[in-house]
Design a protein around this ligand. Sequence first.
Ligand SMILES: [Zn+2]
Length: 426
Amino acid sequence: MSLSIVSKHPIGKRPPKAPVPVNQDDAHALGRWWDGLATDAEKDRVLLLLDRLHAFSSWLACGCTGESVNPPLLAVTRRTGADGIGLSLRRLMDRAAHSADCRFAFEQRERHGVRHEASEGVGEASRPDFLFQPATGLGASNESESTRNSADEHTNRSHPLARRMFWLLNEAGVNTWPRPYDGSDRDALLRLAKEVELAHGLFLRDVLYCHPLAWRQGWMGAGFRKCMTHGLKPQVWWLCEIEHASQKTGVVRLAGAKEDTVIAGKLSVFGGDDSAVRYPMLMCAVVGKLPDDSVQVLQAYAHPIQALDWWLPVDSNLERDAVDDLLEVIRKLARERVELQMLKPLFAWNETGARPDFVVTRRAEPSDSLVVETMGSDDLEYRERKARTVERLRKYPLFEDERARDPAGARAKLRNAVDHWAHGGR
Ligand SMILES: [Zn+2]
């Protein structure tokens, strides 16, 4: 089954842009998901794909009929089910039908009675596109976003704004070291945003602000005007560093600011208010202009980052320490002419479908990798989840960094493990 992404277009007309083939992994995951067989990692993959289609006003064209001018089409829709509202795919009935043996000729199969953690993710995709919608229904923009209740780590990771933020950071390469660009992470993101077209002639760069000052100085106005000239809801993305946040009271302290900033819409903080302090964080907010011309933060999500000048998302202070230790040994090895790089996967890593904490790779031989799992807790459920990840990664040499159990010895052990592996040991 070959699938491609096409821009929405009227019946009888060609799409305004050439179709882009869906990559094999995405297509495979989508097929499994449609058949009700997807693993958690495959569901994550499908969510990202649907999210992207939705954000960019695209359809999926199915290659089952071999007809390229008028292919069967699938559209992303919202749907309300037992688990709440979710993103789904719908066949476009007014277009060509699928061939009889195509899986999309049949309704999507759903597994009933099984409620996975990742299916919460599917539910979470419910409102991935409160951004860049057509201007209709303007008044509804601020409803129900504030009713979401999410505190646990899983929910937070699949928060629509988290996925968008991670997607951007991943595309820009913020989660690799050495960094693949000169200059700051902010510059790298803005450069990337120049290449992401949201609508005809409207680029992400036009509506993305990466500075704490953007809010106070009212820079958002230009973005609103650009959205409106494209018939879109006037909304912008705002990425900035914060030093403190409280979900309960809905305030954040922007990096370097002396006073708190009030978040009018729902604020979600990774780990919730009660987790150990893990600042700095990066906040991704959607700022909207309401019909009464008031400007509000409609929704915001905050995730810990490695440092103010490195927007690498981390899940704990332990991971931060692990990053420092990894960089130290990678730098040491570089002096010995062993060139390595580090990746922190933000989505499923390659065909394993797992998302390891860190991957260290030989730069001269990208297939040669050491996986590092930072064991952040002794909690049974956490350990079981880790065990599943480790099982999926069994093809790769893996080091379990026992930071929670052995804070004093973890550093030397991690460095020795990487050093040993880099010099050909296993
Ligand atoms: Zn088909």
